[in-house]
Each structure stands twice: as structure tokens, then as C-alpha cells.
Design a protein around this ligand. Structure first.
Ligand code: GDP
Ligand code: MG
Length: 756
């Protein structure tokens, strides 16, 4: 079967095209050795009985070896010899996208250019002359719409045609001196029988890292050529010169094929008009904050649009009163947001299941310990996590919409100015905001950061952007605080904790970028993509992936952890089974009590009552997966209060309330507990990712950084919460640190100036 490779810039529509072509045959894995998606699938064309294997290469802007994505794509073409390359181009960003094309066509591989998003080009009243572009580039060109599935079969038939012929690489460099140098080096490669000699020769002259390393002996020819032909050494930065020549080719030659609508005035596109508002210097950021607030509000609020604040719902009888679903749509507080409705639906259902299971087991005389294990341990643990799934998915859906529509790129752009003030470029925005979903893809995304120190600093603070798995901790504890202590709104506490995470992140960045991670902030240049209507299919695929991942985790890691926790909490060291009231003699309890003192300064250590060790245990199980924190509470809560008979499994909030009653923990202690879990070492998966993404010698210090930050901030939260006046001590301390850093920076700047 033939192999076709898809190559193109990020956001050019590769995923959309890949999904349309391969349908259900697609499967995703990782490229060997690296955590970059490898996707493959089969394209079938019924009419002609054709079947082709399609490989989706990572999105890249160039074939230089600066990112692993670029190396993967380049090596794939050079080593795996695909039968045809489909170079997909965002036709609305024609010039930037063609830059990659000018490099691809240097290889001796059949290439076809797919001008994607041709529907938008046409809607804007523009057109691209395919025949002319075909002549200029020397490869077939065809306009398609991956989204509307237009021209896809024609594209594949043309690609098949191209794959049946051999093709020789072409250079777009039109400069006498450089062209003759390319010829010279190309001849050297041909003598050595190297495939794709034109591509390799051009890369070598571009001073390409990999190429130079593999062919040190040829570099002298270039140096000599420079000496003989260039008097001014400034003209011999061939990397820049060749990039420039590529762009010259694009603007002088390729642009002839573009026919822009001219009706007297320049036509302002829809995107430009929207951007006048959304990226406005003054209201851009406020609009973004409002959108962010709306997203959280629609996901978490139990008082939608604050309608209930006027007491409207106080006396309204509940629908489905007396059933598990009585709080589904509204409560006396107000109308539930969509996220809370779904959550109540899940909780009502899981409650019903666990009481059915409980009754069933009891009616067949199952031993008490077995009922406890199944209902409290297993179901309690897993269901307490399931109850947060709707909100996690909803939050994720909103973020996908923002990203797919092209709005996220704008935010990065308008935040760049602010980010620079504390030492990052706007490019770091995407990985940081992705942290709200999950740290793992967020850390992988830092590969787009060119500067190493910026990358390290970013990876370190990504976990502070509270991920989906930490959400149950936030919601369950703030819900319990509201119920138990009658304090404020739960969603207000949740927002504040998110905010705390972000503030700690910003302060950490400022500290790092001004001390150990000093360095230049690379410029942030990007062309904004056109706005798109997010594609329903890709949203569904996103969510489905997330759901699968989550369910898999629930039934593996979390299930295993809850069973182990239940066992070691219900058995003593001599393996005698403990009744509920005797849990303080369990194996888990003695382990918990051993580590408990280290949490005393944070408010959830030795000062707590008899079951206080559960907090220490939960903090530790959270290192495996953050969902474990609340799952641990849920597994143990039903057994905690003395004399409590195993009944239904408790939901997330209820189990925290049970914990509060059993241990006597206070509000500052609870808040410090949330802060600790948000800021400390993230879960296993995130730690493993950090290890592979960070430079080798930066991993241990990163772990240490997480530990120190979580202890410092949480103890600060606890102390300020307990003794309000300590806030002044902290303010004074922070002021001293800022002054010290300022002085240090001044000195360093002087030294650096002195060096130049
Ligand atoms: P990738 O980063 O290259 O994988 O790009 P995606 O496939 O994620 O596409 C980026 C955005 O462009 C998505 O919002 C798509 O819905 C949109 N898109 C892709 N192809 C087309 C097209 O042919 N026409 C239009 N109007 N939008 C498209
Ligand atoms: Mg994609």
C-alpha cells in the first residue's frame, strides 16, 4: 500500500484534513522515543478501489532542526521515503505557509500542494490561480476545503498520479553566487551517493546544525567560497540570506497567482473587523477576563447569572422532591449552571447505584467488611471522582472552542506586552493556559518556546495553573467550607484559589527570570489565523479522547489506589480486621501519623484530632494522581465518625464534611490544604513529562522548587488565616526580597555592560 505524508504549518487544517480522509481508521500513538503524536490512518476511495496509508506529520513552519517536531518531519521524509507528500497550506496565510513549501520541494519526492481553506479565500472575494502557481512551484496545486470536504477525492487522485512518477528536487534560490555554491556542494554529496543532495546541500549552506555535524569536512569548502567571493563578511550570514531569498521568491513569483478583490477600497475582512474590538489595546484584556469569568460561571455556578440573589427561589418547591435528582435544575440559592446540572445528574445516578449495590450485598448476607470494601472503598472512591467529570469536560470544551476559533492566538498576542514585563513572551501563554486542562500536554507544548531558560521557568509554573484533576479538591473542599462554616460562595473560593495559583506562578516567574533564569525574551512574531467556526467533529474527538483517558485512569490507577488505601486502613500491622471505629490502629494510620508532623506548619498536621492523619495520607496519594486526594477522603469518610454504619458511599463534598467533623480542621487549614495540593509536586504523569522536557540537570531542582513553593505558600496561607497581623510581616519580607533582586539585577546589568 502506498504511503502519503501530510505536512504543513500548525493550524493549516492538517488535523481536519486527516480526519476527513481517514475517518474511523485513524489511530494515534507516539513517535518512537518522543511524546509527539503519531497519527496514521487509511484513505479509501470506493469508486476506484484505492487504499492509501496517510501519515500525519507534526505541524511545523520549517524543516530546520530546532524543535523535535521539525526533526521528526524531516527525518520521516528523508528516511521513510513516502510515495507522495501532501503539503497542506492555509491559503489565507499564503506567504507564511509557502516558506515550508520552498524547502519541501528541494527534496526528490513527489509533492502536491493542497491550498486549504479555499472556501474562506473565495468568501473574501479573492482567488488563487492554481495553474500559475503550479508552474511557479513545479508541483501540482489544488484548492480544497478540508472542513467542507471539497475536492478531497480529486486531491487524492492527483496525489496518486504524482506518486507514480519520480521527481527531482528544485531550488527556489535565485542568486548567482549562492546558486553556484549550492551546485558545488550538491556535487560533493552526489559523489558520496547521498540521496536528496539538493536539500542537504542547501541545508549545509544554511549552517544547519544536523547537517554541519554530519558533514564537517564539507564546511571548509563553504568557508573558502566565502573568502573568495565575498569581500564584506556581513553578506555571508547564509542562513539569513537564504531565508530572505525564499521569501523573495514567494513575494515576487508566487504572489502573482493571488488575485485580491479590488473594488476601489480595500475590503476589510470579517476577522479584521472582529479584531478591531477583541484585540483592542484597552478593552482586549477586559473582554478576555469577562470571557474567562463566563466560562467558569457556566461551569461551576449554583446561582446562574445571579438570578437567585434576589431571593426568587427561596420558596419555590423543588422539582423531583425526595428523589436523588431534587437539586438537578435549581435550589433555593438560584438556577444551576450547565456544569452543575450535569454534575447533579451524575451524583444522583451514582448515589442510586451505590445504595442499590449496598442493599443487594446486604440482602445476600455479604460480610460487613466486604460491603465496606465494595461500597465505601471502591464505589466511593471512583464515584467521588466521576461526579466532577462533567465539569472537567465542560471546561475542556470551552477551552477547545476558544483555541479552535483562533481567539487563543489573539490572547497570546495581546498578552505579550504584559508577559514581557515579568519575563515571558506571549508564546508562553498557550502552554500556561493549557495547564488548566492538564499539565502533560501543556509541558509538551513548551517546545514552541525558543529560549531554554524561558522554557524551564514555564514548565516549573505550569502545575500552578490548576488542572482538571485538581478541580475536585477545589470544589469539594470549598463546597464543604460553605456548608460547614457558612462562609461566602463556593465558586468565589474556587476562583480565588485559581487566582492564587496564577499569582504564585507570576511571582515565581519574576523571581526566576530576574535571578537564576536571566535571559533575553525572544521576540514574538506571529500572523493571526482567520477566525473559524470551531468544527463540531474535532471538538467531539477532543472530548472523547479526554473522556477515554479519564475513565481509563479511574479504573486503573485510582481504582487500585482506593483498594490499597481501603485495605491498609482497615487492617492493623498484624493483619487483624478493624471495625470502623478502630481505624486509628491501622497500617495507614501509623504511616500517616509518622509523616503528619511535617504538615503542622501548614495547618493540617499534628494539631488535628484523632483522624487528622488522613490529610497527610491524602496529600501523599495525590502525588500518584490528584484525583486520589478526594477519593481517599471518600474511601475513608464513611468509616470515620465513630459508630457510623456503612451506608451509601459519600459524594465528594459530603466526605470532606465528614472529615472536618472527624478532625476538627479549621478554615485556614483547609485552604492551606488546597494550596498545598495545587502547588506541590504534580502527579506522576506530569513529573515524568517534566523530566523528559527539561534539560537533564534541571529536573531535581524543579522537584525541589515545587516542594519549597508549596510549603512556603501554604504555611503563609495558614498563618495569615490564623493570625491576620502576620500579613504585615509577609509584606515586609516580600518588599525586602524585591529590593534585593532589584539591586542584584542592577549589578548584573552593569557587569554585562562591562563585558560588551
Ligand atoms: P492543524 O493545526 O493543522 O491540525 O489545524 P486544524 O485541523 O486543527 O484546523 C485549524 C482550524 O481551521 C480549525 O478551526 C478548523 O475547523 C479550521 N479549518 C480547517 N480546514 C478548513 C477549511 O477548509 N475551511 C475552513 N473554513 N476552516 C477550516
Ligand atoms: Mg492539529
Amino acid at each position: 500500500m502506498k504511503n502519503f505524508a501530510l505536512i504543513g504549518n500548525p493550524n493549516s487544517g492538517k488535523t481536519t484534513l486527516f480526519n476527513s480522509l481517514t475517518g474511523s481508521t485513524a489511530h494515534v500513538g507516539n513517535w518512537p522515543g518522543v511524546t509527539v503524536d503519531k497519527r496514521e490512518g487509511k484513505y479509501k476511495y470506493k469508486k476506484e478501489n484505492i487504499e492509501v496509508n496517510i501519515v500525519d506529520l507534526p505541524g511545523i513552519y520549517s524543516l530546520s532542526p530546532y524543535t523535535s517536531e521539525e526533526v521528526i518531519s524531516r527525518n520521516y521524509i528523508l528516511e521513510e521515503n513516502p510515495d507522495c507528500i501532501i503539503n497542506i497550506i492555509d491559503a489565507t496565510n499564503f506567504e507564511r505557509n509557502l516558506y515550508l513549501t520552498t524547502q519541501v520541494i528541494e527534496m526528490n519526492v513527489p509533492v502536491i500542494v493542497a491550498l486549504n481553506m479555499i472556501d474562506i479565500v473565495e468568501k473574501n472575494g479573492n482567488s488563487i490561480n492554481e495553474k500559475l502557481l503550479e508552474k511557479t512551484l513545479g508541483v501540482p496545486v489544488i484548492g480544497i476545503s478540508a472542513l467542507k470536504e471539497e475536492n478531497l477525492d480529486t486531491l487524492m487522485i492527483k496525489a496518486l498520479g504524482a506518486s507514480n512518477k519520480t521527481r527531482k528536487g528544485l531550488s527556489v534560490i535565485k542568486d548567482e553566487k549562492i546558486s553556484s555554491l549550492i551546485k558545488k556542494i550538491e556535487a560533493e554529496y552526489q559523489n558520496k551517493n547521498v540521496q536528496n543532495s539538493l536539500f542537504h546541500a542547501t541545508k549545509l549552506i544554511e549552517n544547519d546544525e544536523i547537517e554541519v555535524k554530519n558533514n564537517e569536512n564539507l564546511v571548509s569548502i563553504i568557508d573558502e567560497y566565502k573568502k573568495d567571493n565575498y569581500s564584506n563578511s556581513e553578506d555571508t550570514d547564509f542562513e539569513a540570506t537564504i531565508a530572505d531569498l525564499r521569501y523573495q521568491f514567494i513575494t515576487n513569483e508566487c504572489n502573482k497567482a493571488v488575485k485580491a478583490e479590488k473594488n476601489g477600497k480595500e475590503k476589510i475582512s470579517f476577522s479584521d473587523r472582529v479584531d478591531k474590538i477583541l484585540t483592542n489595546k484597552w478593552i482586549g484584556i477586559p473582554i478576555f477576563l469577562v470571557i474567562l469569568f463566563l466560562i467558569f460561571h457556566l461551569t461551576f455556578s449554583t446561582n446562574l447569572f445571579f438570578i437567585g440573589s434576589f431571593g426568587l427561589f427561596e420558596n419555590v418547591p423543588l422539582l423531583f422532591e425526595g428523589t436523588p435528582y431534587e437539586e438537578l435544575f435549581y435550589t433555593s440559592e438560584g438556577i444551576n449552571s450547565f456544569g452543575v446540572m450535569l454534575q447533579n445528574l451524575v451524583i444522583g445516578t451514582t448515589d442510586m447505584i451505590s445504595s442499590l449495590v449496598n442493599d443487594g450485598l446486604v440482602s445476600v448476607n455479604t460480610p460487613d467488611w466486604c460491603v465496606g470494601l465494595i461500597v465505601d472503598g471502591v464505589l466511593g472512591g471512583i464515584f467521588s471522582i466521576f461526579s466532577f467529570l462533567p465539569q472537567i469536560l465542560l471546561l475542556f470544551l470551552f477551552f477547545s472552542i476558544i483555541e479552535d476559533s483562533g481567539y487563543m492566538a489573539r490572547i497570546a498576542f495581546i498578552l505579550d506586552r504584559i508577559f514581557r514585563k515579568f519575563g515571558l513572551s506571549g508564546r508562553a501563554f498557550l502552554p500556561l493556559i493549557m495547564g488548566f486542562g492538564c499539565s502533560v500536554p501543556a509541558m509538551i507544548n513548551t517546545r514552541t518556546l525558543a529560549d531554554d531558560k524561558e522554557k524551564i521557568a514555564t514548565i516549573r509554573v505550569i502545575p500552578f495553573f490548576s488542572c482538571g484533576a485538581k478541580l475536585p479538591i477545589l470544589t469539594a473542599i470549598s463546597g464543604a467550607i460553605v456548608t460547614q462554616f457558612g462562609l461566602a460562595n463556593a465558586d468565589l473560593i474556587t476562583y480565588s484559589m485559581y487566582l492564587l495559583g496564577m499569582i504564585v506562578a507570576i511571582i515565581s516567574i519574576i523571581l526566576m527570570r530576574n535571578t537564576i533564569m536571566r535571559g533575553k525574551i525572544p521576540p514574538f512574531i506571529m500572523e493571526l489565523p482567520e477566525y473559524h467556526l470551531p468544527q463540531f467533529k474535532s471538538l467531539v474527538i477532543h472530548l472523547w479522547d479526554k473522556l477515554k483517558h479519564f475513565v481509563k485512569k479511574a479504573f486503573t490507577i485510582i481504582l487500585a489506589s482506593t483498594i490499597i488505601i481501603w485495605f491498609i486502613s482497615h487492617f492493623a500491622w498484624n493483619w487483624s480486621f478493624l471495625e470502623d471505629a478502630e481505624l486509628n490502629q491501622s497500617i495507614l494510620s501509623s504511616i500517616g501519623q509518622f509523616i503528619q508532623p511535617i504538615f503542622t506548619p501548614l495547618g493540617f498536621g499534628s494539631q488535628l484530632g484523632q483522624f487528622g492523619w488522613v490529610f497527610a495520607v491524602a496529600a501523599i496519594t495525590g502525588l500518584i494522581a490528584k484525583e486520589n486526594v478526594i477519593a481517599t477522603f471518600a474511601t475513608l469518610a464513611a468509616s470515620l465518625t465513630a459508630g457510623f454504619v456503612a451506608d451509601d458511599a459519600l459524594g465528594g463534598i459530603d466526605s470532606v464534611i465528614e472529615m472536618i467533623n472527624a478532625t476538627g480542621i479549621n478554615v485556614p487549614g483547609l485552604i492551606a490544604f488546597i494550596a498545598f495540593n495545587m502547588l506541590t509536586i504534580p502527579c506522576f504523569a506530569a513529573v515524568a513529562t517534566a523530566k523528559s522536557e527539561l534539560p537533564k540537570n534541571k529536573f531535581k531542582s524543579t522537584i525541589l522548587f515545587w516542594i519549597i513553593t508549596s510549603f512556603v505558600v501554604s504555611s503563609m496561607v495558614y498563618l495569615i488565616g490564623t493570625f491576620y497581623w502576620t500579613v504585615f510581616i509577609y509584606i515586609a519580607l516580600i518588599a525586602v526580597v524585591i529590593i534585593l533582586i532589584y539591586l542584584y539585577n542592577r549589578r548584573m546589568n552593569k557587569i554585562e555592560k562591562g563585558l560588551n
